[in-house]
Design a protein around this ligand. Structure first.
Ligand SMILES: Cc1cc2nc3c(=O)[nH]c(=O)nc-3n(C[C@H](O)[C@H](O)[C@H](O)COP(=O)(O)OP(=O)(O)OC[C@H]3O[C@@H](n4cnc5c(N)ncnc54)[C@H](O)[C@@H]3O)c2cc1C
Length: 499
């Protein structure tokens, strides 16, 4: 590795790290990005089994029509040409299966209202009101509309201090409709009484506008960003695990790598989970109170995934996402009964080319608490032992048996499958206990559960899903917030607007 001194060292190549790398190197900063894994991308990583590529943490994205927010942002980070997408069914991009009944989310505000009203004719006005308020919340956020602002406030306090379930209950008293409106909560690992309304509203508004699968794998986003970063003179190194962030009396001066190398820089941007980052900092600049506050924050739940390869031309391609709930309560997913596993899952076909007739592969995702795999906490990838393999096989069989109930015959179409557990996510992305979306935002402790991009060290900043929010949109906007520390937020918004 080159041993030049860098202006900015970015720690981790997740979406947040790469977008910061893009914005800062494009502005002329001398940037280096260091990644512990062999593959860049964090949750954008893919892997190949049975000759098929599988996504690991980016399955569908929204608001990509011209003029919509992700289109604007993708244009700014110059990935539109490299990332091919396929529109999900506009008359039902998400299907929610609740206690044996199916309900569809359609694309576009009017279509969403009309389609759900077919299932809930008496609640047409409630659904209209739901959409009106979701739109109002999204419109009230300057950052989610890339409007210039004077502060970093990004959403009205009322929507931070009410929970999703309270918000939904305020628009309809129909308990089934309440559950259906929260039906895609695995997208944000919603927790009843905790998850703030704005998270639900911004995500649903994002997907209702338009919803797409990425054709051929989410690693295309990481590859495209890396190509641009290098073209701006930025450097990216993989297989570089950072073990320490070294500080003098006033600031961070270097990072220490597991291989013994030391990389110096003027400033640092960490894309590593904040709780893990703190374990790398042994300095008086980080006071105990800050460390204790960050370490006390709870993380969202993890998942167990079955990656399925189908026999050729056996399984018609489903152009929607299927959210399954055994009983009538979508909020049980965080507190599932281990003995009744799985009571819910998310099932998605992958899109390997435009307009496929048959599916080559699918992913079947169930929530999983880390406690279920805690006995293997000290093991490493591929070396966790036979009992772990048995455990994974049992969970896969349980999920596949439940899938068969909704899609009779599906198991006989499977050529092979692979699985991942919370340990896999912990080891491939470095998140705490394999948490899907990082730290839980809690409406009861709104300021305490918001993590700032600033740390107690003046030249060390954070980015990624724990800053601002998770997902393609949350992390991209979070990266702009982080880069604003170097460039000014309105300057970045200006550039995005003028792209
Ligand atoms: C199962 C799953 C499904 C998802 N589906 C979707 C979806 O459909 N749509 C959507 O918008 N979002 C989805 N998300 C969320 C989205 O993928 C994440 O919010 C986002 O990609 C996280 O980006 P990040 O910048 O926080 O980095 P991360 O992806 O967390 O990456 C962090 C990077 O830091 C590296 N790192 C950690 N420690 C070190 C170290 N010591 N030294 C060097 N490098 C280190 C890691 O290896 C990793 O590359 C999903 C997430 C999961 C888990």
């Amino acid at each position: 590795m080159a041993h030049n001194r860098y202006e900015i060292a970015i720690l981790g190549t997740g979406l947040g790290g790469l977008i910061c790398g893009y914005i800062l190197s494009r502005k002329g900063y001398k940037v280096v990005i260091l990644e512990k894994n062999h593959q860049i991308g964090g949750c954008l990583q893919t892997f190949k089994r049975f000759g098929v590529k599988f996504d690991t943490g980016m399955h569908y994205i929204g608001s990509l029509q011209e003029g919509q927010i992700l289109h604007k942002l993708f244009d700014f980070i110059n990935v539109l040409d490299d990332v091919k997408v396929h529109s999900l069914d506009t008359d039902g991009y998400d299907v929610i299966s609740l206690a044996g009944q199916k309900y569809r989310y359609a694309s576009g505000y009017e279509a969403f209202i009309n389609t759900l009203s077919e299932s809930f004719p008496e609640n047409h006005k409630d659904i209209e009101e739901y959409i009106r308020r979701v739109r109002q919340i999204a419109a009230s956020s300057p950052l989610y509309n890339m409007r210039k602002i004077n502060t970093h406030t990004f959403i009205d306090a009322d929507y931070i201090k009410t929970s999703v379930d309270e918000f939904i209950a305020s628009v309809t008293s129909n308990p089934i409709l309440q559950n259906i409106l929260a039906g895609n909560l695995p997208l944000y690992a919603g927790v009843k009484g905790k998850t703030p309304t704005y998270i639900h509203a911004l995500i649903n508004n994002f997907y209702i506008q338009s919803a797409y699968r990425i054709v051929g794998g989410s690693d295309a986003i990481a590859q495209s960003l890396a190509k641009s970063i290098r073209s701006f003179g930025g450097e990216i190194y993989t297989d570089c695990e950072i073990t320490n962030i070294i500080c003098d009396d006033n600031k961070a001066v270097a990072v220490q790598l597991a291989n013994g190398e030391r990389i110096e820089a003027d400033s640092f941007v960490s894309n590593i989970h904040p709780q893990k980052m703190l374990t790398m900092l042994d300095t008086r600049l980080i006071r105990k109170a800050y460390r204790d506050r960050i370490n006390a924050l709870e993380n969202t739940i993890s998942n167990f995934t079955v990656y399925i390869k189908f026999k050729e031309n056996t399984t018609p391609y489903l152009n929607y996402n299927y959210y399954f709930y055994e009983d009538g309560n979508v909020w049980n997913v965080n507190n599932y009964d281990v003995n009744k596993y799985p009571q819910s899952y998310l099932y998605m076909h992958q899109c390997h080319k435009e307009n496929p007739q048959y599916a080559q592969s699918a992913e079947l995702i169930g929530y999983m608490k880390f406690d279920e795999v805690r006995q293997w906490v000290n093991t490493k990838v591929e070396r966790r032992g036979e009992d772990y393999k048995t455990f994974k096989e049992m969970k896969a069989q349980q999920l596949l048996a439940k899938l068969e109930e909704s899609f009779p015959g599906i198991n006989s179409a499977i050529e092979g499958y692979e699985t991942s557990s919370p340990l896999t996510y912990r080891d491939y992305t470095g998140t705490h206990e394999g948490s899907m979306y990082g730290i839980i935002r809690d409406k009861n402790f709104p300021t305490q559960t918001l993590v700032s991009q600033r740390t107690k060290i003046p030249n060390l900043f954070m980015t990624g899903q724990n800053i601002n929010s998770h997902g393609i949109l949350g992390v991209t906007i979070g990266a702009a917030i982080t880069c604003a520390e170097f460039l000014g937020l309105n300057e970045i918004i200006n550039e995005i607007d003028n792209e």
